[in-house]
Design a protein around this ligand. Structure first.
Ligand SMILES: Nc1ncnc2c1ncn2[C@@H]1O[C@H](COP(=O)(O)OP(=O)(O)OP(=O)(O)O)[C@@H](O)[C@H]1O
Length: 452
C-alpha cells in the first residue's frame, strides 16, 4: 500500500470505528472517549498504520487493546496491518517519513536513572526480600534467580530497584551490557521494526545483553511482541543472561499474556513489594529530604503525620513532601509544623480526614495493619492472627472510646460481653510484656491519629 490521501484515511477510520462500535467491546462512554473523540488514523504505509492520540492515557488504553484494534483495521483494509500509536506532539516533531522510520536506537539509549540506587533505597519489612533478591542478581547474574520477577502495587519501588540493579552493573561491571525497557515502548518499537523489516537486527542486539531489565510487563499486551519476546527470553536464559521483570501483579495473575510466558516468569524467583510500615515510610521521607536544599525546617511530627497518612503509596508519600515544601515557599511559615501540614492536606482526597473516632475506624485500621478484612475480625475464627487482631480492636474500642463491653460485643459478631471482657483483659496482659503488641498498638494509634 502506498501513502494514502486524507479522504481515504478518514473513510477507513470511520469504517473501523463503526466495526469497533458494533462489536460492543466498549460501552458508549469508553468508545467515545478513547476512540471516536480522540484517535485519528494518521497514515498507512505498506502494512503499518499510524494512529495518533492526544495524551499518554489514550495511548495506554489503545495499547492495551492493540490486538483488537489491529483486527478491526485489518478487516477494513482487507489485509493484515500492524499499528503504531503515537502522541500528537511526537508526530508534530517528525517529518512524515520519519513517523514510520523512527530510529530503533531509542531502545538502546541509556535510560537508567542515576538517583535510583541501592543507597537511596530504604529497606523495610515491606521490601526486604525484593531488595535482597535484586542484590543477588547483581552478584550472581543468571545463576539462581532467573528471571527475577518483582511485583506489587503502583508506587512501591519496583522501578527504583530495577534502576538500582542498572546503576550497580554500570558502576561495578562496566564491561557488561544492560538494557532497560519499559514494556510499552518495547511494543511500539517492535511494531516499527516490523514495518522497517529490521526485527532481526533488534533481536540480535538484544541477545547481546548481559542484563535485560523489563519494567511493567503487564503492558506487553500485543501478541506479535509477545512472540518475539518469548524467543528472546529463551535465548537469553539459555545463555545464562539475567532477566529482571517488574509487574503490578504476580505472574500467574497476569492477564493478556501467553501462558508459556507466564510459566517461564514463574520459573525463577517472584518477590513482592508491599506498602511500607510507619518506620520505613518515615525513613523514606528522611532519605528523600537528604538531597534537598530547603531552608525551612520541618518538624518531626509532620513526618509522622505524612508517614501515617500516605504510606500506602511511596510516590504519594514523596509527593506530599514536595507539596509541603512548595507551599512553604508560597506561604512562608516559620517552620512546617503539624498545623500547617494539616491545613495543606485538609482537602486531599487520598487521605482519610480526621473524622470522629468510632469502632468502624478502629476495626478498619486494625485490619489494614494485619492485612485482614472486617468480616474476618468480626467472625468467630480462632486463627491466631485473626484472634490477635480482634483482641487489639476490642482493646482500642475500650480504651479510646470507653465503650461498654456489651456494645463492643455488638461490633464483633454479637459476642457475649464476658467474651469481650476476656478479650480485653488478654490484651492488657499481652501488652505488659510483648513488644510486638506494643508496636502494633502504637502504630495503629498512629494510623488513627491518636497520640498517647
Ligand atoms: N524503599 C524506598 N526507598 C526510597 N524510595 C522509594 C522506595 N520505594 C519507593 N520509592 C520511591 O517512590 C517512587 C515510586 O517508586 P517506583 O517508581 O519505583 O514505583 P513502582 O513500584 O515501579 O510503581 P509503578 O508500578 O507505578 O511503576 C520513586 O520516586 C521511588 O524512588
Amino acid at each position: 500500500m502506498a501513502n494514502m490521501v486524507n479522504e481515504q484515511l478518514e473513510e477507513i477510520w470511520q469504517s473501523t470505528l463503526a466495526l469497533i462500535k458494533s462489536s460492543n467491546h466498549f460501552d458508549d462512554a469508553n468508545f467515545n472517549t478513547w476512540f471516536k473523540e480522540s484517535a485519528q488514523l494518521y497514515d498507512i504505509v505498506d502494512d503499518m498504520a499510524t494512529i495518533v492520540v492526544p495524551y499518554k492515557i489514550h495511548k495506554q488504553v489503545l495499547m492495551e487493546n492493540i490486538d483488537f484494534l489491529q483486527e478491526k483495521l485489518s478487516q477494513v483494509v482487507e489485509k493484515p496491518v500492524s499499528i503504531q500509536i503515537l502522541l500528537k506532539n511526537e508526530v508534530a516533531q517528525m517529518t512524515p517519513q520519519s513517523v514510520v522510520k523512527r530510529r530503533n536506537d531509542i531502545l538502546f539509549e541509556d535510560k537508567i536513572k542515576k538517583d535510583y540506587t541501592f543507597d537511596s533505597f530504604v529497606v523495610g519489612k515491606n521490601n526486604r526480600e525484593a531488595h535482597a533478591a535484586a542484590l543477588s542478581v547483581c552478584y550472581y547474574p543468571g545463576k539462581f534467580n532467573n528471571p527475577l520477577f518483582i511485583f506489587g502495587n503502583s508506587g512501591l519501588g519496583k522501578t527504583h530497584l530495577l534502576h538500582a540493579i542498572g546503576n550497580y552493573v554500570k558502576e561495578n561491571k562496566p564491561d557488561e551490557k544492560l538494557l532497560y525497557i519499559y514494556s510499552e515502548d518495547f511494543v511500539t518499537l517492535l511494531i516499527e521494526a516490523m514495518k522497517n523489516k529490521n526485527v532481526e537486527e533488534i533481536k540480535e542486539k538484544i541477545c547481546e545483553v548481559d542484563y535485560l531489565l523489563i519494567d511493567d510487563i503487564q503492558r506487553l499486551k500485543q501478541s506479535t511482541s509477545q512472540e518475539i519476546f518469548f524467543n528472546l527470553y529463551n535465548k537469553l536464559v539459555n545463555d545464562n543472561k539475567q532477566i529482571v521483570i517488574t509487574s503490578d501483579i504476580h505472574p500467574t495473575e497476569l492477564k493478556g499474556i501467553e501462558n508459556r510466558l507466564i510459566s517461564r516468569f514463574s520459573s525463577g524467583l517472584s518477590v513482592s513489594v508491599g506498602s511500607p510500615e510507619f518506620e520505613t515510610a518515615k525513613a523514606i521521607l528522611k532519605k528523600k529530604m537528604e538531597g534537598r536544599k530547603d531552608e525551612i525546617l520541618i518538624e518531626d511530627e509532620v513526618l509522622d503525620y505524612l508517614a501515617t497518612k500516605f504510606s500506602s503509596d511511596v510516590r504519594k508519600l514523596e509527593g506530599s513532601l514536595n507539596e509541603l515544601f512548595f507551599k512553604a515557599i508560597l506561604y512562608n511559615p516559620e517552620t512546617i509544623d503539624l498545623k500547617f501540614a494539616k491545613e495543606i492536606f485538609k482537602e486531599n482526597p487520598s487521605i482519610p480526614q480526621d473524622d470522629a473516632l468510632d469502632a468502624k475506624r478502629i476495626k478498619t485500621a486494625v485490619c489494614e495493619y494485619y492485612g485482614l478484612t472486617r468480616t474476618q475480625i468480626e467472625s468467630k475464627s480462632r486463627t491466631k492472627n485473626i484472634a490477635n487482631a480482634r483482641h487489639i480492636a476490642v482493646y482500642l474500642c475500650r480504651t479510646l472510646l470507653n465503650m461498654p463491653f456489651v456494645k463492643i460485643g455488638f461490633e464483633f459478631g454479637n459476642r457475649d460481653h464476658s467474651t469481650i471482657m476476656a478479650s480485653y483483659e488478654k490484651m492488657v496482659k499481652l501488652l505488659k510484656d510483648k513488644e510486638s503488641f506494643q508496636t502494633a498498638v502504637f502504630q495503629i494509634k498512629n494510623k488513627l491519629g491518636v497520640k498517647d
